[in-house]
Write a protein that binds this ligand. Structure first.
Ligand SMILES: [Zn+2]
Length: 599
């Protein structure tokens, strides 16, 4: 470690009103400040949104021909053993429902057939961890198409000492992060089976890997790099359980990083900075729908992009217009249905609601969104189905993911433009305006369609709908310039660094202007629901050498806010990664401190 010229780039301290509420257009500048600030402001001009709606579909600038459908044509119609439909009106038991021919008839096999170890005829188990590793090793070993590089990375191990594999596919000269970054091609990350009891995503990613290297998707690598993590939770897959070995849900761990599985994915994203992250899940084929509504979900796929506080507007727009809308159409073209991700939920007052995917920044969808990636979850109707309808479930994933890869290939330049703008715009927000600490869904009147568990017929459900597409601010505070952390907060610093945040170490003692946190009730101060118990106290404090500073003038600033504002459900103070409220403070003007390099 050595001191360096550690004064941070200038921030617009104490100039509220500098930016408009949207897009950072500079206006209403106080005259004396105007000249000095204009240069800084103009570094984040608002690019015109490259609309895909008003322009007729452009001829592809570079012809990348990707034939569809995928898989191999099905020679013989699948043999299904029909069981009699249950008479209408009978209470539905799970086993009966899943084998009910009238319901099954709504989900016929696709016209293609996919082949992986776990999809072989007569198999009762899905692809094992050993088979998955062998499949990826065989693919990476070649033969590879001319110019294509394939590297199998060992990200793990998992808690159960299983390897977590990532397959990097590129036409760049190398497979390391620098080679991909210099390739002028956007990188896409596909994640499968964060939940061990959701096998279709994993099987689909094995198919995708094969199609990208030896099949009809290979031309896409002329325009994009692809990284596949087919099985993020190998222990859960082996046990057939949702969670990781220590009981933590991997897909609630992408901010706190308590599991080695989440840390492995975080390091991969930090190093490769994908522009698009697709997270393949399954959702219960009966579950709460059957228990609470005596109905069955009817959609092949539930889809949702990142919906959390402080999501950059352009990333959301790209997710909606460039990915979600074309994906819905691609699924329709294959006879596959989709809806927004949702699950029946019960409000604290006991009322039934349909809740879209959560707004907290702890799942992969939202955490990657706050890393300024377009981030979507695709969940197929699959949990508890075993091998039932597995070809259709895999086909649903392959169709949706292929469409997203194609969208990325067609819009590579525009995606880079959005990322560049959003990185700069987020950086420039430091010290200004308000930042949202917590957001919640907006209640809507929106009917959903379900299936009758006895007859398989459509049934309209009029259940209040909680939309995550329009988030309401539940809690906000003035946006600081950064966060100060005590020398003892090394665990938090390690996690923030893994998330890709820049953390600086204070080399020499100095003074900073801060808002400190005070808890009305000391016992409640580190509880997730402590928001009412925390007040802010403005003062100048001396900070010691060896303490830390997390500046907000950096592209991933909103991840720092999600982790470091106390009193939110997934903050580092709420979960003991920062022991005491006095170990952190909000820095309210650009500090003049000397920093040193972190090892
Ligand atoms: Zn899942």
């Amino acid at each position: 470690m050595y001191p360096h010229s550690g004064v941070l780039p200038p921030q617009h301290a104490n100039t509220p009103g500098l930016r408009s509420a949207s897009h950072g257009v500079c206006r209403a500048l106080p005259t004396l400040l105007a000249t000095a600030l204009l240069a800084a402001c103009s570094t984040t001009p608002l690019p015109p949104w490259p609309s895909v709606r008003k322009v007729p579909p452009p001829k592809p600038p570079q012809a990348v021909v990707v034939p569809a459908p995928l898989g191999q044509p099905l020679a013989v119609p699948p043999a299904t053993a029909p069981s009699p439909a249950l008479p209408a009106g009978q209470p539905a038991a799970l086993g009966n429902v899943l084998d009910n021919a009238a319901v099954a008839a709504r989900f016929p096999d696709p016209a293609v057939r996919y082949h992986t170890p776990g999809l072989a005829a007569q198999r009762s188990a899905f692809t094992t961890n050993a088979e998955l590793a062998q499949w990826l090793r065989d693919l990476a070993a070649g033969p590879l198409p001319a110019g294509t590089q394939a590297a199998l990375l060992a990200l793990g191990p998992s808690q159960g000492a299983e390897p977590i594999h990532a397959l990097v596919l590129t036409r760049a000269p190398g497979t390391d992060p620098n080679s991909l970054a210099e390739s002028q091609r956007p990188t896409v990350l596909l994640i499968g089976q964060q939940h061990g009891d959701e096998p279709a995503g994993s099987e689909a990613l094995l198919v995708m890997a094969q199609e990208l290297l030896r099949g009809p998707l290979a031309p896409l690598l002329e325009r994009i790099n692809v990284i596949l993590v087919p099985r993020a939770n190998p222990d859960g897959a082996q046990a057939g359980t949702r969670n990781t070995a220590n009981g933590i849900d991997l897909n609630r761990d992408h901010l706190l990083l308590r599991t080695p599985e989440a840390r492995a994915l975080a390091a991969l994203v930090r190093d490769y900075r994908p522009l698009l992250v697709l997270d393949a899940h399954e959702y219960p084929a009966a579950g709460d729908y059957l228990e609470k509504l005596n109905a069955l979900p009817r959609y092949d796929a539930l889809l949702q992009y990142a919906t959390t506080a402080n999501m950059p507007e352009f990333v959301t727009k790209a997710a909606q217009e460039w990915y979600h809308e074309p994906m819905v159409k691609a699924l329709q073209a294959q006879g596959l249905s989709s809806d927004w991700y949702h699950t029946p939920a019960t409000s604290p007052a006991g009322a039934l609601r349909m809740a879209m995917g959560r707004a907290l920044p702890d799942n992969a969808r939202n955490a990657n969104g706050l890393k300024n990636a377009v981030s979507l979850v695709v969940a197929t109707r699959g949990i508890s189905l075993g091998h039932r309808h597995i070809q259709r479930r895999v086909h649903t994933h392959v169709t949706a993911l292929t469409n997203a890869l194609r969208s990325t290939a067609e819009r590579a330049d525009k995606l880079e433009q959005v990322r560049e703008f959003v990185d700069r715009d987020t950086t420039a927000l430091a010290c200004h305006g308000q930042v949202v600490l917590e957001a919640g869904p907006t209640p809507l009147d929106r009917n959903t369609t379900a299936l009758d568990p006895n007859t398989g017929a459509d049934r309209t459900l009029a259940v209040p709908w909680d939309s995550a597409l329009q988030l309401r601010t539940l809690q906000s505070r003035p946006r600081p310039c950064g966060y100060w952390l005590a020398p003892s907060a090394t665990m938090a610093v390690e996690r923030l660094t893994l998330l890709g945040l820049q953390v600086l170490r204070v080399a020499e003692p100095g003074g900073v202007l801060v808002d400190s946190f005070r808890a009305a009730d000391a016992a409640a101060s580190t509880q997730p629901d402590a928001r009412a118990a925390i007040t802010l106290v403005r003062s100048a404090i001396d900070v010691p050498a060896g303490s830390f500073y997390v500046p907000l003038n950096q592209p991933l600033a909103h991840l720092a806010v999600a982790a470091l504002e106390p009193g939110t459900p997934v903050s580092y103070t709420s979960h003991g990664l920062i022991e005491s409220l006095s170990d952190t403070a909000r820095v309210m003007s650009t500090p003049s401190l000397i920093f040193e390099e972190m090892e």
